[in-house]
Design a protein around this ligand. Structure first.
Ligand code: ADP
Length: 478
């Protein structure tokens, strides 16, 4: 929120739309100008070519009016044609072979000539900004290879547009302008829609992130927050997917936290209720505070302090990101030392403890790994009533520095459906939570956290015939 209030930058949608519109307008403007320039250049070349063709035509027409019998031009027709050419913008004068004027448009109708020429120059200079000037060309008129006269043609040069051509150019320019404006408006519409479609998921993601923050800061009632995560643009899809993943991860963390509190409360309640009942009964005189009742209280206190100790280790492992105090030692020695501590308990239950260890140098945290094997061995002894517990170490492959330590028992085994969950906190396979075996379901999660901090993994499977099954086989890969 603070970040949003600090300044009020342009929204993503406006920025994108503005950029698109500027870019497209510039591109279309340049394109329209280029088409306009190109059309004009091509058109002017064509007009110039037409101009010289027209001069040739005038000379040919006047040449046709030469009468060889009379040895001169038919002056009445020359005048008629000459005035026609004046209307087209060409001031013509005809001379005989000696250079004597036969007919001259200016002396015939000076006013008409001036009007036509000034209207052409006004059009060319005013409308097209072309500063041309009057140009004159003299062409010979030939009859049977002899020069029989001259035609002098005066016109606005280097070229000029007739009225029809001027109208044609005007309509081309208008068409280009209208097409350009239409395209600019069309692209502006597309740009606005496009930027909106890009900005919408980003805004949604921002709104969802704020909603997640509100829910997790307890400023809003708990709810499942998910946004649409199917987009055709990869980055937008990534963004919305990561928001959904974040929401799911936070919900899972919240759920785990609630579950942990509920589990701890549940685990503490049973020994506390037991203690409370015993102590109240002694206060009320129902029980005499003899050794038997005090022992029962003491047992609950031990169970409580054991539970608190395990919880302490587990939270330490989860929150401290586990700092390992590594040293190089022989894994076989560590396993042997750990096994020693269960010899008496196994012997008491009539279970054989078989070791098949090989020298296995390893760099690890000795005390933490010892905790792992103590937990696994303690479970093996706890959940096995007869048969044997076999502990062995295997090399992953020739030359490999990875070791597998296998603890196989012939006990009650773990039901198939419980297999994926036994490493979860407080998970016990006895659903009634019978406390006959005494565990709180934390030992394996501690072991799994330690092994994973070492970059290894713990797995469990049901024992096969070769391990003397039924029973469980725990494999610690380091
Ligand atoms: P607990 O303190 O209850 O033993 P653990 O996390 O060590 O907690 O074990 C979780 C559950 O997995 C146990 O409650 C038990 O049901 C099951 N389990 C663990 N090890 C064995 C084993 N070797 N044989 C049979 N079940 C086992």
């Amino acid at each position: 929120m603070k970040g949003r209030n600090r300044a009020s930058p342009l929204s993503l949608q406006n920025r994108l739309a503005l950029t698109y519109i500027l870019f497209i307008s510039a591109a279309l403007g340049s394109l329209t100008l280029a088409i306009n320039r190109f059309t004009h250049i091509r058109f002017n070349t064509l007009i110039q070519e037409n101009g010289s063709a027209k001069s040739q035509e005038i000379v040919r027409v006047i040449g046709d009016l030469y009468n060889p019998l009379q040895g001169g031009f038919d002056s009445r027709t020359v005048e008629a044609m000459g005035m026609y050419f004046v209307h087209e913008g060409y001031i013509v004068s005809v001379e005989d072979a000696q250079g004597e004027t036969v007919w001259n448009a200016r002396s015939c109708d000076m006013q008409q000539c001036v009007e036509v020429l000034s209207s052409i120059s006004a059009r060319m200079e005013g409308q097209f900004g072309l500063n041309g000037r009057m140009q004159q060309q003299r062409y010979p008129v030939r009859y049977k290879g002899m020069t029989v006269g001259w035609v002098r043609i005066e016109s606005y040069g280097p070229f000029f547009y007739s009225e029809t051509e001027t109208r044609f150019l005007g309509s081309i320019n208008r068409l280009l302008l209208v097409a350009g404006l239409f395209l600019v408006f069309l692209s502006a519409g597309i740009a606005v829609e496009l930027s909106r479609s890009i900005a919408r998921p980003v805004l949604q993601a921002a709104e969802a992130a704020r909603a997640i923050a509100r829910v997790h800061a307890r400023r809003a009632p708990p709810e499942t927050i998910r946004i649409r995560d199917q987009y055709k643009t990869r980055e937008l899809q990534d963004l919305s997917c990561s928001i959904n993943e974040l929401a799911a991860a936070l919900e899972a963390a919240e759920h785990r936290q609630k579950q942990l509190s509920a589990d701890i409360a549940h685990e503490l309640r049973t020994p506390l209720t037991c203690l409370q009942g015993n102590v109240e009964a002694m206060i009320d005189g129902v029980y005499t505070p003899d050794r038997e009742h005090l022992l029962s209280c003491h047992e609950e206190i031990i169970r409580l302090s054991h539970l608190v100790e395990e919880l302490h280790i587990l939270t330490g492992l989860e929150w401290d990101r586990m700092s390992l105090n590594k040293s190089v030692f022989d894994l076989a020695k560590l396993v042997q030392v750990s096994t020693e501590q269960f010899k008496a308990a196994a012997h008491e239950k009539g279970i054989a403890l078989e070791l098949n260890l090989i020298e296995s140098p390893i760099e690890a945290d000795y005390d933490r790994l010892k905790q792992v094997f103590m937990n696994l061995l303690s479970n093996a002894v706890k959940y096995t009533d007869s048969g044997a517990i076999r502990v062995s170490i295997e090399k992953r492959g020739p030359g490999s520095r990875h070791w597998d330590c296998i603890i196989a028992d012939t006990g009650m085994g773990i039901p198939e459906e419980d297999m994926p969950h036994v490493f979860e906190r407080f998970y016990r396979t006895d659903k009634s939570r019978s406390r006959s075996t005494g565990g709180a379901g934390i030992g394996l999660s501690i072991a799994a956290a330690i092994v994973s901090a070492h970059g290894g993994a713990i797995t469990v499977e049901r024992a096969g015939k070769e391990q003397g099954g039924p029973g469980s086989v725990f494999r610690v890969a380091l």
